[in-house]
Write a protein that binds this ligand. Structure first.
Ligand code: MIC
Ligand code: MG
Length: 292
């Protein structure tokens, strides 16, 4: 089954579908074992974690692809990827889609900000015209080879143009072939209800922390018609805080004993990795060698 098909099945089976950010291959393995159905590679996450850069459109297609390959090699959950503005004009966007499919990605979202983009929850975002975004979507849709590969349009228009204009844009994006709509940085129950009522494609709510959106629950969002709930950087933020505490403690106390309880144990780590199965195979191979 293709990655795109897996994503669509997960979407049909879960209302709404929770999609958790997995900053690396190992996080993706943990998310799967814990029972999640879909995972996400954040554009901000790649910029921040893999390159030490802010989320300002400075990472390239190839920078993001490296992380896609690592994650899809380690975990077979459907992966949604943030492709920012698609990295260029129609040809570039087509290449992005083809490369994402080849990397085993299930779904992407492409946004209507200018190339010099910002995080969706920051002020002073600039957006392109509806026509330009429609062209981006058409280029993406035309380029896919798997009809199940899921192409979502993200609109950042709410902040600048308001609710009605953002919904009009979303409608135009759906008419251009978008399979779903990511309504970025909308704020209230009324906003979500207005989006989901106006559109007949799945709508995604980005429940990112410390931004514009309240941390609405999956149940609340589901009632308002939302089909996908995204937690792009939740685990990453928690990892960072834990790491910060460990670095500080080692320096301040000369020892890590006081923070040992915040650490995943060696056994837990090995369990997620299937370390013992590998080790047993190795032992068996060695034993065979000795019997000869
Ligand atoms: C979803 C997002 O595009 C991302 O790159 O993860 C970000 C998340 C964030 O900065 O909290 C966004 O622009 O919303
Ligand atoms: Mg992003």
């Amino acid at each position: 089954m293709s990655a795109g098909k897996k994503f669509r099945e997960a979407l049909a089976a879960n209302q709404p579908l929770q999609i958790v950010g997995t900053i690396n291959a190992y996080s993706a393995m943990m998310a799967k074992r814990i029972g999640h159905q879909a995972i996400y590679l954040s554009g901000a996450g790649v910029a921040n974690a893999s390159y030490g850069l802010p989320d300002l459109g400075m990472t390239s297609l190839n920078d993001v692809l490296v992380d896609c390959y690592r994650i899809t090699a380690a975990c077979d959950l459907p992966l949604m990827v943030d492709i920012d503005t698609g990295w260029g004009g129609a040809f570039n966007i087509a290449k992005t889609i083809k490369d994402m499919e080849k990397a085993g990605v299930a779904a992407v979202h492409i946004e209507d900000q200018v190339a010099q983009k910002r995080c969706g929850h920051r002020p002073n975002k600039e957006i392109v015209s509806t026509e330009e975004m429609v062209d981006r979507i058409k280029a993406a849709v035309d380029a896919r080879t798997d009809p199940d590969f899921f192409i979502m349009a993200r609109t950042d228009a709410f902040a600048q143009e308001g609710l009605a204009a953002a919904i009009e844009r979303a409608k135009a994006y759906v008419a251009a072939g978008a399979d779903g709509i990511f309504a970025e940085a909308i704020k209230t129950e009324e906003h979500y209800r207005a989006f989901t009522a106006a559109l007949d494609v799945p709508v995604l709510a980005n429940i990112t922390e410390f931004g514009q959106t309240e941390l609405w629950s999956k149940e609340q969002l589901g009632e308002w018609g939302v089909a996908m709930v995204l937690y792009p950087l939740s685990a990453f933020r928690a990892m960072n805080k834990a790491a910060e505490m460990v670095y500080q403690t080692i320096l301040a106390e000369g020892c890590q004993k006081s923070v040992i309880d915040s650490m995943q144990t060696r056994m837990e780590l090995y369990d997620y990795l299937g370390y013992h199965e590998y080790e047993q195979k190795l032992d068996a191979l060695f034993a065979e060698g000795k019997n000869k």
